[in-house]
Write a new protein. Sequence first.
Length: 303
Amino acid sequence: MPRRWEERCKEGPLAVRMIERIAIFGTGLLGASAGLALRAADYRGSIVGWNRSPEQAQVALEKGAIDAIAADPVQAARESQVILLATPVFAILDWIEQLAGVTGPEQMITDVGSTKAQITIAADRLFNQPGRAAFLPGHPMAGKERGGAALADAELFRGAVWLFTDNPVWQRSPVGEELVKEWRKWVVAMGAKVIDLEWLRHDELVAWVSHLPQFVATGLSALLEEEVGDAPELKDVGGRGLREMTRLGASPYSMWRDIAHTNSEAVQKALFALEQRLAHIRENLRTPELRDEFEKANRFRRE
């Protein structure tokens, strides 16, 4: 049996060569999928999970995403080498504050938050310095329109990009740095492609490629509900195109509320640009300008 990681740490700061204990806070779609993906990648350490909904934690346990449900998440954090925060952004920020005082330089915390500015700033303030745990801000560009552990999938991250907003100036302990490197290797083993971005650039970029499509789908779905919601047979008339355009309309408000609050400036900029684009199309439905829009759209899809 592998020795306890606390015992291996006594041999020297670089004696830890394998993450042997992971705590996942938030065993919904992303958290439970991470547990399943780790197992599929042959991770043999222990995984404990916690969720504010005991039912979600139980589903994750039954699916094999975690080995046990943590009765006390703070104690589970103290006993783990790596803590994965897989909750909405506001809850991640709350956990960051709570974990700062109960974790140490031989531990690492990471997250899957969809916005990174506030999380990265908090990581700079509370972690990644002498005597503190390491923190690696992360964001897997993967998911489904609906959440929950029941939809967790070991293949969810395969082929997806996993973004990190790491900072090279952070001064982590030798053990913390090793855990960061090891976690990045496990992310690759889960099938993801790792890309590093500066946190401001991250939030600007995802506002265009992730947040804008969501709010467009939400607005379109809400509009259609008002216009044809009392004539459900018209939904069938839309066919595949309508289903694809409105698929994201089923996404939960609980997650996107936090994104809207923590990346509002970048999202507003993207939405305003789209409003102008739609106005341009509306004004040119009978001019050659419409053809130009289709050509640009086709070029984006080809590239």
